[in-house]
Ligand binder design. Structure first.
Ligand code: SF4
Ligand code: SF4
Length: 516
């Protein structure tokens, strides 16, 4: 993310002196930069590649210098330096250690003491709360119910998301029952909501193209659908969020699923904010808002204060799309997610989306990101159990998101009760994101100079490779369990065992301890 008013077209700068820069803080820098002057050839690549003015040429001393204060450790200069002259690392110098007051606490207090504002951050919750995926182990067949070799025997990853009829009536070999609209996905991995505005044009294009190639879906988030991306409508989920940015009849009717966004795992209970500096002409047209204005989505949907209100919006969207596509409702994983999910199913949602507290975002108050919400593992188990207990599990499909890191997490999510997963951060990492929470790589920026750094063809290929690789791994794990279809795994908690979990955690997850 570039600084307000920064002209990145001038990133290739002329000579400057150390005195050209003002000292903005007298605090310890978070990262240290080492430059090997034996290797440095003064090519100035690092100056051009860093969007944060960290490196500069000092003409008095005819040398390349740096000010580490603004470094975010994106590692772009390190990677791009032709002579490997740069090392960027965590600054080993720290204030005196204190058991309660970590360097992060001290840093945040200083930031707020300097600005008086809310500390904003990106990405998802990075605190040391347990990652329950790592405390779940997957089963494998040995003698009875033998395993299946996915290279030699059929293995089905296709799944259908939407309301299922209680029974199917077939006459003369033909399906007679009316089946509500379904979203057919060739793999249980969908790209989660990431808006154009939060990410660059090239990245959203790559997501759309990869979704088409893979037979899965990308999601517009709350940013509308750029006119160029209507050609990918057969693989598009459109969101209707509280700000209603970019929502119009053509947008709704382009979609294969319409998603009402109530909440988001990275920032449950609050709205969204896209800074005006990212509202370029193209973003403003797509969102239908004035150029350069902040896009602020309110915390609540102002027409939803009850399940009945939600039902009215669900059916208004079904009506608007001629009952042709499923309507999903997305919430953040919060304490009573199971009861809320039950209400959403009864309100007519065809698909529930639950987003855990490790879900990513472009910007969120740090205090919310790090303290609000639930791990998605608990939310999946609680929602699936509640829907089963109430006999309405087949009325809805469940997509889980927020912290899915690999194919093992996906298999565990589906065994806990999800039908499919959304991946967001993993997709951005696949196209080059280094989780530095600023953007020097052209991914989460609208700066034209930086956005060109992503080649959409390369990004598309990397996304396709990632999902194909994970899909192969899911098949291997399914085969190992002796299961030949992903839909047969859904809610099979007997395929999981917990390790290092309390009896209460095991009970919530509905799994036995390892060894039983
Ligand atoms: S990119 Fe490497 S070689 Fe070039 S000026 Fe920077 S440190 Fe020196
Ligand atoms: S912000 Fe990135 S490009 Fe700039 S100095 Fe730090 S690591 Fe290098």
């Amino acid at each position: 993310m570039n600084k307000p008013g920064q002209d990145n077209s001038q990133l290739s700068r002329g000579p400057r002196k150390a005195s050209d820069f003002k000292i903005r803080s007298n605090r310890l820098t978070e990262f240290a930069i080492d430059r090997d002057y034996e290797r440095c050839i003064k090519c100035e690549v690092c100056i051009r590649q860093c969007a944060f003015d960290v490196h500069y040429y000092d003409e008095d001393e005819d040398t390349i210098k740096h000010r580490a204060e603004d470094c975010v450790s994106c590692q772009r200069c390190t990677v791009m330096c032709p002579t490997n002259a740069i090392v960027v690392r965590q600054n080993p110098a720290q204030y005196r250690a204190h058991g309660s007051w970590s360097p992060e606490h001290v840093k945040d207090i200083n930031r707020q003491a300097e600005t008086g504002g809310v500390v904003l951050t990106g990405s998802g919750n990075d605190k040391q709360q347990p990652v329950y995926w790592d405390k779940l182990l997957i089963n494998a067949s040995q003698v009875t119910n033998p395993s299946i070799d996915p290279l030699r025997e059929p293995m089905e990853l296709r799944t259908y998301l939407g309301r299922k009829p209680d029974a199917l009536e077939i006459a003369d070999g033909k399906l007679v029952s009316a089946v509500p609209p379904q979203l057919k996905v060739e793999t249980p991995i969908l790209f989660s909501a990431i808006s154009y505005g939060a990410i660059s044009y090239n990245v959203q294009k790559a997501l759309a193209q990869a979704a088409r190639e893979l037979g899965t879906f990308f999601n517009t988030g709350e940013g509308g659908l750029h006119p160029d991306f209507y050609e990918y409508k057969d693989n598009c989920i459109v969101q209707v969020a509280s700000g209603r940015f970019g929502v119009h009849p053509d947008y709704l009717n382009a979609a294969r699923m319409v998603e009402i966004k109530i909440g988001q795992g990275a920032k449950p209970g609050i709205g969204g904010h896209l800074a005006g500096e990212k509202v370029s002409e193209s973003v403003s047209v797509t969102r239908m808002i004035p150029l350069g204005t902040d896009a602020i989505s309110p915390a609540p949907q102002h027409d939803i204060y009850s399940i009945e209100d939600l039902r009215m919006l669900v059916y208004a969207l079904k009506e608007a799309t001629n009952y042709r596509v499923p309507v999903s409702v997305k919430i953040a994983a919060v304490h009573n997610a199971a009861a809320i999910a039950s209400g959403m199913a009864r309100a007519g949602a065809d698909v529930l989306v639950v987003d855990g507290f490790r879900g990513g975002t472009g910007a969120a108050p740090k205090v919310i990101r790090d303290n609000v919400g639930l791990p998605i593992e608990f939310a999946i188990a609680a929602v699936d159990k509640r829907l089963r207990d109430e006999g309405i599990r087949n009325d809805v499909s469940l997509i889980a998101g927020g912290g899915i890191r690999n194919a093992g997490d996906i298999v565990k999510a589906i065994a806990l009760g999800a039908d499919a997963v959304y991946i967001g951060t993993a997709a951005l990492v696949a196209v080059g994101c280094t989780l530095c929470q600023k953007c020097n790589w052209g991914i989460a920026t609208q700066d034209p100079y930086l956005a060109k750094r992503v080649n959409p063809d390369v990004a598309r290929k990397r996304l396709v490779n990632l999902v194909q690789g994970w899909s192969h791994e899911i098949k291997e794990m399914l085969g190992g369990m002796g299961i030949n279809s992903i839909e047969s795994l859904r809610g099979s908690r007997s395929q999981l065992r917990g390790i290092g979990l309390t009896s209460q955690e095991l009970e919530i997850l509905g799994v036995k301890p390892a060894g039983m």
